[in-house]
Design a protein around this ligand. Structure first.
Ligand SMILES: [Zn+2]
Length: 111
């Protein structure tokens, strides 16, 4: 195996993590800014807040997956499916560096 590719993926994960952390921080700041109760835009703002919260949740979820992937790199188990123990296809990791399962397990997940 090419020894350099996990390091490249680590760089990408670390960078992605920084971007996500910044994005989530901005979203949370938007939510925390609060709502003007007298605003005619209140309903729109409430809807917007739901969207922002959903985005923050999504970002936090992705962040958790990135952290788990970085931990697996440290443990030396990165690139191995956490479900079946087979090697995860390199192309899959290239497209989704924080993937924890191989494409077979990801697509046959019916439970
Ligand atoms: Zn698998």
């Amino acid at each position: 195996m090419d020894q350099t590719w996990p390091e490249k993926l680590r760089d990408r994960l670390v960078q992605h993590k920084a971007e996500l952390t910044e994005r989530i921080g901005k979203i949370k700041a938007d939510v925390a800014r609060g709502l003007d109760p007298d605003s005619k835009e209140r309903l729109a703002q409430l809807g917007n807040r739901d969207v922002l919260n959903a985005l923050a949740d999504e970002g936090a979820n992705e962040l958790a997956q990135i952290n788990a992937a970085l931990r697996r790199m440290d443990d030396g188990t990165y690139g191995i499916c956490t479900s079946c123990g087979e090697e995860i296809d390199k192309q899959r990791l290239d497209a989704r560096p924080y993937a924890a399962t191989c494409i077979r397990c990801a697509t046959s997940d019916t439970h």
